[in-house]
Design a protein around this ligand. Structure first.
Ligand code: ADP
Ligand code: ZN
Length: 633
């Protein structure tokens, strides 16, 4: 399609927007664009190159899918992950789009058939793995086909500094040389400046505009609690707030993954393990079940997650501290891609900080690298300890000013932690560290402070020190929290030589001399899944998500659920199994909820529900109306 370009301004909008909008509505069943989508679609449809930075769940796919449908020829989507391509194509086919995939899983005949369709102009979208696209054979195929655009998904994979570097992405620079007239749109959810620069350089997007969306994920509720018994805290969290929901639990080690998955399964939760040391077929089966079934909890190391497109992950839980805010944000970002309420929940304690510090100290990296790693860890720890809004902190870290001082949807906003003057207590702790020679860990120091004559304490003669028993006003748990905060505040630091030992820092001197105050946050009362004011907060959660239909967003999806929503879910599972696609490819949660709350009686009314396009209406309309009718009254 030939368009006049940007110069037309509002004229242009009148020309193009209705077409894009009508496709958005008829094919995808959506009433309106989100954020910068409209502008991006217009720009690419007009033949422009661009870079799109949007958080996970921001709606990147439509930015290239719609222009591919609007422009003549086929849109080529470069994507690094086979599972991701497969699910995206299944979703598009279900919406009636002519989509296909070319990757190493296809037989020679099947691949030849796809190539034939491409040349015949019978494809709207073709997903290709980069190494395949870059073969001479495939590039020559591309020169003979009519191309609408190149979309380079997960574009940060070109970055050699990033954790997702894929060497085959480097070769994508040939696209600009070989196909100067085909627009290129690069998309990523990784925002940092360095990565952005590399993408622009490698993909030759120098003169092209960047569309940067807000990185806020308002539907995700952040909560970071003190670690007591991580496993039972996790079980309580799932039982109280996410029974029957899909979620991801991150642990640092394989052993912990195995243990945690087993303990959840024992508690009757559908939990599966996933880590790099497992048998590959079992691991793949677990991933498939997580994607395709409703309400599976996957317990994983960080090896799991990239390219998991599942929109209805209702929570991400961290049992161990990640290594940076970037990692935390990327991992928690896998929750709630569908925009519905989701939780990012983490339990953490002093041992986590010590462990991460040890990993850094023991790593092979150069000193400069270690310094950066420590700074990144410190930033995350201070996010954990902040008494202010977590979201404001997070956005600030990514260089984005938050519009409001408080988000109203994180633990600190919902039940502000009390802060107390812990200066005297801190002095006691710091002098205990000093008097015992800066050689001991928190457990030992707490024994001395409380005045416990343990075997070791007596052995070292520390029961005769002036600090022995000087902190009896706090119990062990409270002392643990104090120690952790003193580390987080930078007055104590783990010794890189002696594992677990805590040493004084320069700033500790000011505290000991009474020159600086130490404000500490009051700790979580024990029990109730570790939540401060747990019950009250649950009540507020209901109010916060009142835009959804009553009780719908966190309704159980267990088999015995006989509400309309429950019946719709069962129907969806059957349909997904029959068609061999993930449940969300059939219909998203939000769409099921839309049906359950609006109870359409006619096909027209059903068509008005977001997520029901023409094809879905044709395919599922009658069955859905029958279900609604069967649950009438
Ligand atoms: P990303 O690739 O940026 O992570 P997706 O393209 O997968 O995000 O979209 C995330 C979710 O948002 C999907 O469930 C999609 O259907 C939904 N979505 C995208 N754009 C819109 C829109 N304009 N209106 C409603 N829902 C949308
Ligand atoms: Zn907040």
């Amino acid at each position: 399609m030939n368009r006049a370009g940007f110069a037309g301004g509002s004229n242009c909008e009148r020309n193009i927007a209705p077409t894009a909008l009508s496709i958005l509505n008829s094919v995808f069943g959506l009433p309106a664009f989100r954020g910068a989508q409209a502008e991006i679609v217009r720009h690419v449809t007009d033949g422009g190159d661009c870079l799109v930075l949007m958080p996970t769940g921001g709606g990147k796919s439509l930015c290239y899918q719609l222009p591919s449908l609007l422009r003549e020829g086929c849109g080529i989507v470069v994507s690094p992950l086979i599972a991701l391509m497969r699910d995206q194509v299944a979703g598009l086919l279900d919406a009636g789009v002519k989509a296909a995939v070319l990757n190493s899983t296809l037989s020679w005949e099947a691949a030849a058939a796809v190539e034939h369709r491409l040349l015949a102009g019978d494809l709207d979208l073709l997903y290709i793995a980069p190494e395949r696209l870059l073969t001479p054979r495939c590039l020559s195929l591309m020169t003979r086909a009519r191309l609408a655009l190149f979309a380079i998904d997960e574009a940060h994979c070109v970055s050699q500094w990033g954790h997702d570097f894929r060497p085959e992405y480097i070769g994508l620079s040939v696209l600009a040389e070989r196909f100067p007239n085909v627009p290129r749109i690069a998309l990523t959810a990784t925002a940092d400046e360095l990565t952005r620069g590399e993408i622009v350089a490698r993909l030759k997007l120098g003169g092209a505009p960047s569309f940067v969306a807000s990185f806020d994920r308002p539907n995700i509720r952040y909560e970071i609690i003190e670690k007591q018994n991580a496993r039972s805290q996790l079980q309580a969290f799932i039982a109280e707030r996410h029974a029957g929901h899909a979620g991801i639990v991150y642990c640092l080690s394989r052993a912990r993954v195995e243990d945690t998955a087993a303990s959840l399964a024992n508690a009757g939760i559908a939990a599966l393990a996933y880590h790099a040391g497992m048998d590959a077929t079992v691991r793949a089966r677990h991933q498939d079940r997580f994607i395709n079934e409703d309400g599976v909890v996957i317990v994983a190391t960080i090896a799991f997650g990239m390219g998991i497109d599942k929109p209805d992950v209702r929570f991400v839980a961290h049992l161990d501290l990640p290594k940076s805010i970037e990692a935390y944000y990327q991992e928690t970002g896998r929750a709630g891609r569908d925009g519905k309420p989701a939780d990012a929940w983490m339990t953490y304690g002093l041992a986590d900080i010590v462990q991460q510090r040890r990993l850094i100290d023991e790593s092979a990296g150069a000193d400069a690298f270690k310094r950066v790693s420590v700074a990144k860890l410190d930033a995350l720890v201070s996010l954990c300890e902040t008494t202010g809004c977590r979201r404001v902190r997070l956005l600030d870290y990514f260089g984005e000013a938050s519009g409001a001082p408080n988000c109203g949807n994180c633990d600190n906003c919902l039940s502000p932690p009390r802060v107390w003057d812990g200066t005297v207590i801190a002095q006691k702790a710091l002098s205990c560290v000093y008097r015992t020679g800066q050689r001991f860990g928190a457990v030992y120091l707490i024994d001395v402070l409380i005045g416990r004559s343990s075997e070791r304490v007596v052995q070292f003669g520390h029961d005769r020190l002036s600090v022995f028993g000087v902190g009896a006003e706090l119990n062990e748990r409270q002392w643990r929290a104090v120690m952790r905060q003193l580390v987080a505040l930078g007055h104590l630091q783990p010794d890189s030589e002696a594992f677990g030992a805590l040493k004084l820092t320069a700033s500790a001197r000011g505290v000991l001399k009474g020159e600086s105050d130490v404000m500490l946050r009051e700790e979580t009362p024990p029990g109730s899944g570790g939540m401060r004011g747990g019950k009250a907060k649950n009540a507020r959660r209901g109010a916060a998500s009142s835009s959804a239909s009553p009780g719908s967003s966190f309704a159980s999806n267990k088999a015995e659920d006989t509400s309309l929503l429950g019946v719709l879910r069962v129907w969806r599972s059957d349909m997904a199994r029959k068609r061999g696609v993930p449940a969300y490819v059939v219909l998203h949660d939000a769409t099921l909820e839309g049906i359950a709350s609006s109870r359409p009686k006619t096909l027209d009314q059903l068509r008005a529900v977001a997520g029901i396009g023409d094809k879905k209406l044709e395919r599922y309309g009658h069955a859905l109306l029958l279900l609604v009718r069967s649950k009438a009254g």
